[in-house]
Design a protein around this ligand. Structure first.
Ligand SMILES: Cc1cc2nc3c(=O)[nH]c(=O)nc-3n(C[C@H](O)[C@H](O)[C@H](O)COP(=O)(O)OP(=O)(O)OC[C@H]3O[C@@H](n4cnc5c(N)ncnc54)[C@H](O)[C@@H]3O)c2cc1C
Length: 379
């Protein structure tokens, strides 16, 4: 039985507890899904999560505008990740892919949000490039003004939902200044001529992922999100909201690993007693529980601080993401160990968690980058 005691923490309001209960009940009925065709599975998950109303927190409600509720985003990712990593992915990308539009979009651009919140359109966030991953400000892709249009040329890689998205938030160099101050953001519908999937990428925990090529992709100037030269600032503002949610997904994976471990250690008999009675195993389990509670405190501190109106939570979000993802990796590794041979058996839940967690320490700022961010924030 998963630990729910954290929901009593003062970070939450009753609406958060009700939301978590409702979502958990839905997950128990509907998840996990079959992952053998990840494109089909993600399309189906987006549609079903949308139909059930669970994608609403991912983007601005244009009828009732207000800030995104980061506690709800985190609780949703944590809950979905505990049940099925692909469901968490489907939810997360609806938010990351439209974050710039929610925060900085024009009313016309925000018309997309009704569709993404209802699960009727899939979104993606296209920032990384082959030559500039962590070094985002060094991107090569250009957007050149041509009359009333911009023409986008270059490549993006590691784009989640690449190939199945209906719309992409794309960052490109418009050249107002060198480096970070010369980048702008654009809303690019997937069917815009010249936008092509150059390569599908296969990773250890498969989900739709692609390298995209932009061959003179022409969009109207009204496709720009925010102002010229504001793209880097926009990307960082979006990550400021969503970075702690990556920690929340890691927390969901870690909680599942602990639950599985408790079941296993209670039911497996070794040396005439349940595995749980071995003190070394108890030591591992205590460390797992401690890491999980500490990660949850950092995540919900970051989320609560943002929800209380802090303009930026760079330090809090970086700490939450760094700690939660690194420690979830260790928690899951202990779970694999305590499961013995079954822990590395393909298809076993802890084996899949072991694969699922790894990329979270790389994307949306690698762990090393988070350390640099934290150090600069506390200088
Ligand atoms: C599964 C997955 C999904 C992704 N989804 C998306 C997406 O939807 N949209 C998108 O735009 N991108 C996405 N990415 C890209 C991701 O954000 C990049 O992989 C990440 O930013 C790292 O860039 P890189 O892979 O080029 O590694 P590099 O930039 O080459 O970095 C390699 C390593 O160098 C170290 N390092 C880098 N910088 C520093 C530093 N300043 N100090 C110390 N060490 C450092 C880190 O250990 C880092 O892991 C995804 C990646 C993966 C793996």
């Amino acid at each position: 039985m998963p630990d729910r005691s954290f929901l009593d923490w003062p970070f939450f309001e009753q609406r958060h507890r009700d939301w978590a209960d409702k979502l958990d009940a839905w997950c128990a009925k509907n998840l996990p899904v079959d992952h053998s065709d990840v494109d089909a599975a993600c399309r189906d998950l987006v549609a079903r999560l949308g139909e059930a109303g669970f994608l609403k927190p991912t983007a601005l409600d244009t009828d009732n505008p207000g800030p995104l509720d980061v506690r709800t985003l985190c609780l949703t990712r944590e809950t979905l990740a505990r049940h099925d990593g692909l469901a968490d992915f489907a939810f997360a990308m609806q938010g990351l892919g439209t974050g710039a539009i929610s925060l900085f979009g024009t009313p016309e651009q925000q018309q997309w949000l009704d569709r993404t919140r209802a699960g009727k359109a899939i979104s993606a966030f296209a920032l990384s490039e082959p030559r500039s991953g962590s070094d985002v400000a060094n991107m090569d892709m250009t957007a050149t003004r041509d009359g009333d249009d911009y023409v986008l040329s270059g490549e993006k890689t590691w784009i989640s939902n690449g190939g199945i998205a209906d719309l992409y938030t794309v960052f490109a160099r418009t050249g107002e200044a060198p480096g970070a101050k010369g980048i702008s953001a654009f809303l690019v519908p997937a069917d815009t001529p010249g936008l092509e999937v150059a390569e599908r990428l296969d990773v250890i925990a498969p989900h739709p992922l692609a390298r995209l090529s932009f061959n003179d992709v022409r969009v109207p100037a009204s496709a720009m999100i925010g102002k010229p030269g504001e793209g880097f600032k926009i990307a960082m503002s979006v990550l400021d909201v969503f970075r702690s949610t990556v920690g929340a997904a890691a927390l969901g994976f870690a909680r599942r690993a602990l639950d599985e471990t408790l079941d296993r250690a209670g039911s497996r008999e070794l040396f005439g007693a349940p595995l749980f009675e071995l003190q070394m195993v108890q030591g591992h389990i205590a460390e797992m529980a401690l890491d999980i509670d500490a990660a949850a405190l950092l995540i919900y501190r970051a989320a609560w601080t943002k929800d209380m109106g802090a303009p930026r939570v760079t330090r809090e979000a970086a700490m939450a993401k760094l700690f939660a993802t690194d420690r979830a990796q260790q928690v899951i590794d202990k779970a694999v160990q305590i499961h013995g041979g079954d822990g590395v058996r393909r298809g076993h839940i802890v084996e899949s968690l072991y694969r699922e967690i790894r990329a979270l320490r790389i994307y949306e700022g690698a762990s090393d980058v988070q350390k640099v961010v934290i150090a600069r924030q506390i200088k």
